[in-house]
Design a protein around this ligand. Structure first.
Ligand code: PMP
Length: 442
């Protein structure tokens, strides 16, 4: 019953997870599930990592919690130093929170306080993209572009505006080069800034590789650099939300390193604690930190569990594994193998429109018709059926269905642990292909 989660408990009887074993979760009946999506792109080291378990044991024997109003801690300081040392140029400060939504919420509030500190109080607007998910707290939900998630809370949401996503499969015109397409959609940001009024926009937020809306959609090359230029031209802060795509998932510790873009803020979570602890972080620049330090003197924000020593110790161990065990290279190697295996098994499938992504972050878009790219009728619940069929066959994958720009879509997100073996890639692709066929046959 998933801890009596409202609603879900009454609708579904879920198996009880009792043990983790590498890339597998095992339920109370002994059934093994290959974790093809790391839950929701969380379990990047698998489920029984010895180094993280040892780090947690050692830390709990020292100190579990010390409130950041009174103390700092060695694990929190070490984590911040190591993140900064490996972050894009200019990133210099870290604010440790408990998850992705908290990190995004903090980013939005930090942007607002920054502009107050530097004497630009009219800047309060956030621009985001229609194809996006930034979290479920009210600020983060307002930023996100997912119409279904926003609908019933609309009156509570800040007035964020949304531009087009960078979604080449659906939106690039046949007569348009990739570069021209990237430029066209990036330029929408400039148009929107001018429409809202130059001095009123404080930030643009985007996921370098979109995750929870439609399954691992990277922007086209050059797009984020153009976005950076436009932000600079109008004094707008660039917040990159790497809650899903960061921490090595794309084969780079930060996805934006591959795009060669240095943002003003980065949010991370999920892979940061790899599921061993709930932890997220907001990373930002010295310029933003200094404006606040020399103004009010403190960021007017905070949560009880910020900088939690136990959570930080798990994240340190995760980061050590990723950086010191060569896992970034492994993500690139296994990611290419996963993409090739998906292409061979599903590349010609009559109902697979697109297979995309970076590293071990892959998305598959299902369509009723490959030629016209027409989506399935939403009443067929294709994504949900795939999840059900895959789960029955012992595979965890993350299905998504939703509407972007008035069009329904069914997608599957894959984000397996970085330690996935060649054989397990084979198992994942076999089980997924079978699940797709059975789901569509209904
Ligand atoms: N941003 C992005 C890009 C995400 O994918 C998510 C979670 N799917 C969030 C923010 C919110 O994170 P959390 O669920 O940890 O609050």
């Amino acid at each position: 019953m998933a801890g009596h989660i409202f609603g879900r408990s009454s609708k579904a009887t879920l198996p009880t997870a009792v043990r983790g074993d590498g890339c597998y979760l095992i339920d109370a009946d002994g059934k093994r599930y290959l974790d093809g999506s790391g839950g929701a792109a969380v379990s990047c080291l698998g489920h029984s990592n010895a180094a993280v378990r040892a780090a947690l044991h050692a830390q709990i024997d020292q100190v579990a919690f010390a409130h950041t109003g009174f103390f700092t801690s060695e694990p929190a300081e070490r984590l911040a130093d190591r993140l900064v040392a490996n972050a894009p140029d200019g990133i210099d400060r870290v604010y440790l929170v408990s998850g992705g939504s908290e990190a995004v919420e903090a980013a939005i509030k930090l942007a607002r306080q920054y502009f107050l500190e530097i004497g630009q109080p009219d800047r309060h607007r956030v621009i985001a993209r229609r194809q996006s998910y930034h979290g479920n707290t009210l600020g983060a939900l307002a930023a996100g572009g997912n119409a279904w998630r926003r609908a019933q809370f609309a009156p509570l949401l800040a007035d964020t505006t949304h531009i087009s996503p960078c979604y080449e499969y659906r939106d690039r015109r046949e007569d348009e080069t990739v570069e021209a397409y990237g430029r066209r959609v990036a330029n929408e940001l400039e148009t929107e800034i001018l429409r809202l009024g130059e001095g009123t926009v404080m930030a643009f937020i985007a996921e370098p590789v979109v995750g929870a809306t439609n399954g691992a959609v990277p922007a086209v090359p050059g797009y984020l650099r153009l976005i950076r230029e436009i932000c600079d031209r109008y004094g707008v802060l660039l917040i990159l939300d790497e809650v899903m795509c960061g921490m090595g998932r794309t084969g780079h510790l930060f996805a934006c390193l591959e795009d060669e873009v240095a943002p003003d803020m980065i949010t991370i979570a999920k892979g940061l604690g790899a599921g061993y602890q709930p932890i997220g972080a907001l990373l930002t620049t010295k310029a933003i930190y200094d404006a606040i330090a020399s103004g009010t003197g403190f960021f007017q924000h905070g949560h009880t569990y910020m900088g939690h020593p136990l959570a930080a110790s798990a994240a340190n161990a995760v980061l050590d594994e990723i950086l010191d065990q060569g896992l970034l290279g492994r993500v690139q190697a296994q990611g290419s193998k996963l993409q090739s295996a998906l292409q061979s098994a599903l590349g010609q499938h009559a109902h697979v429109g697109d297979i995309r992504g970076r590293g071990l972050f892959r998305g598959i878009e299902l369509v009723a018709d490959r030629e016209t790219k027409a989506p399935f009728d939403p009443s067929r619940s294709i994504a949900a059926r795939i999840k059900k069929e895959a789960f029955a066959a012992g595979l965890i994958c993350y299905p998504m269905s939703g509407t972007i720009d008035g069009q329904h879509g069914d997608h599957v997100l894959l984000a397996p642990p970085f330690i996935i073996s060649d054989d397990q890639i084979g198992e994942l692709v076999d089980k997924l292909s079978g699940a797709i066929d059975r789901a569509i046959a209904v």
